[in-house]
Design a protein around this ligand. Structure first.
Ligand code: MN
Ligand code: MN
Length: 453
């Protein structure tokens, strides 16, 4: 197999750079799954998508969406064929590794107020100290009122951080294994240092006073809150040639953005196009906003019913059996500094295009959906016909580690499914790297896939 940079395949690089300016903006407006749902909904409405509930009868070419509990979004463009003939599904996830506040987070020590966290997803904990963090999410009052909280994203906001030891006194810490150099219960966030005018817990009380004044919330309201600490720095272009994007949350908002752009530009299609933006992938896709929930099936049942008013269970089963899916999640790009963990023949390389993985998993393909040769051939043809730069890869060397995505859960529904996505460097770090040409090729691949018969 001859390897070739995808940059050499395109004549006008400007289109790629312009596309990625929009992508960078998307990342900066989507640092949590809730923000991502809100921002994507705004873009979707501008592109002509309507809430499914507001539509009585679905006709070919109509664009609809449905939001699941503010954390999971699904969009569809109705095809010329009926839904039971199958859909073309692109599924990506919009949750990213981060630090969540615990439900009882606030305490004080050594003249400071601090917040306890519980990390979400697979992180290298030491990467999350000594960087600026924003606190974003909601607190829900007993009467159901949702209070939006976003501290750090506005220019004039304060930020948060987690302290790390000075090297002068890190003699013991520096001899530890990297995995325990910073431990889970050491991920405590600095939140204040002015004492309130009271007898005890002065530093904690001052933070509570500010929360009350600014957000009308009490300490108990934090019990019913979802507050996430995410990197405060924004995504931007990387490298002298600005050929890459550096930023938080590219796993997997890079596939969410490209899949969304592709469906937004799909006005006519043979099969119904569906873009599913899932939550909870980073913690196993469990729960009612994750890919393992029934939400996709319920959504399709509603589409079928609104298409001809005669839903039955067999039509849903036929729809799934006749469908195909790109399970769109990021891949691992060969890192020039850490080449030993990858096998060079079957690695993804930065700039060689959207990456396909026939299987992921670990320990001998365990915990994966292994796409059939027939389906891989079909996808190959769709990509080659559309002149998309693509590569086939695995996730690292055999027995080096491994991982999984949502592919297995969709494949279990009797859908032909393959993993694909954009290769990243520094995956799951607070600052992840993608190549702009790979981002653009993912978008081109999804567009071609939605147009496929
Ligand atoms: Mn992912
Ligand atoms: Mn991930």
């Amino acid at each position: 197999m001859e390897r070739k940079s995808a940059w050499e395949k395109i004549s006008d690089k400007k289109i790629v750079f312009k596309f990625c300016d929009e992508y960078i903006k998307y990342l900066n407006n989507s640092k949590t799954e809730r923000l991502c749902v809100n921002y994507t909904r705004r873009l979707a409405e501008a592109a002509g998508f309507r809430e499914l509930e507001s539509v009585d009868e679905l006709k070919s070419g109509m664009k609809v969406y449905k939001i699941n509990r503010n954390k999971n979004l699904v969009l569809a463009v109705i095809g010329k064929q009926t839904i039971d003939k199958g859909i073309n599904l692109v599924a990506a996830h919009i949750d990213s590794p981060r630090l969540d506040l615990k439900q009882i987070p606030l305490y004080e020590d050594c003249n400071t107020a601090l917040l306890k966290t519980h990390y979400y997803g697979g992180i290298k904990k030491y990467q999350w100290t000594a960087i600026p963090l924003s606190l974003i999410g909601v607190a829900v009052l007993e009467d159901g009122t949702v209070i939006d909280i976003n501290i750090g994203e506005a220019e004039t906001d304060p930020v948060f951080t987690i302290t790390d030891l000075l090297p002068h006194l890190a003699a013991d810490q520096m001899t530890k294994k990297l995995s325990v150099g910073i431990e889970g219960e050491e991920l405590n966030v600095l939140a204040g240092s002015i004492p309130a005018d009271c007898e005890k817990d002065k530093y904690k009380q001052n933070v509570l006073d500010i929360l009350k004044e600014k957000y009308q919330i009490d300490e108990e309201d934090l019990i019913s809150a979802e507050l996430e600490l995410v990197p405060n720095f924004n995504a931007r272009s990387l490298g002298l040639d600005s050929s890459m994007v550096a930023g938080y949350g590219q796993d997997d908002r890079v596939c969410a953005f490209t899949a969304f752009k592709a469906i937004a530009e799909t006005d006519e299609c043979e099969k119904t196009s569906v873009c599913f933006l899932a939550d909870k992938e980073e913690i196993g896709s469990m729960g009612n906003t994750g890919m393992q929930s029934r939400f996709l099936e319920n959504f399709l049942a509603n589409l079928i019913n609104k298409q001809d008013g005669s839903y039955n269970e067999l039509m849903l089963k036929d729809a799934l059996s006749n469908s195909m899916c790109l399970s769109s999640d990021v891949a691992c790009a060969m890192d020039p500094t850490f080449k030993s963990v990858s096998e060079p023949l079957n690695s993804a390389y930065l700039g060689e295009g959207v990456t396909f993985l026939k299987y992921t998993g670990a320990r001998g393909k365990s915990g994966t959906s292994d796409a059939s040769a027939e389906f891989v051939a079909k996808i190959r043809k769709i990509l080659n016909d559309a002149d998309v730069a693509w590569q086939m890869a695995e996730l690292g060397k055999v027995d080096q580690g491994g991982g999984g995505t949502v592919a297995q859960f969709i494949a279990n529904l009797d859908v032909d499914t393959i993993d694909c996505g954009v290769p990243l460097l520094s995956m799951h770090a607070p600052y992840e790297i993608s190549s702009k040409i790979d981002v653009y090729m993912a978008y081109k691949a999804y567009k071609a896939f939605y147009a496929a018969k």
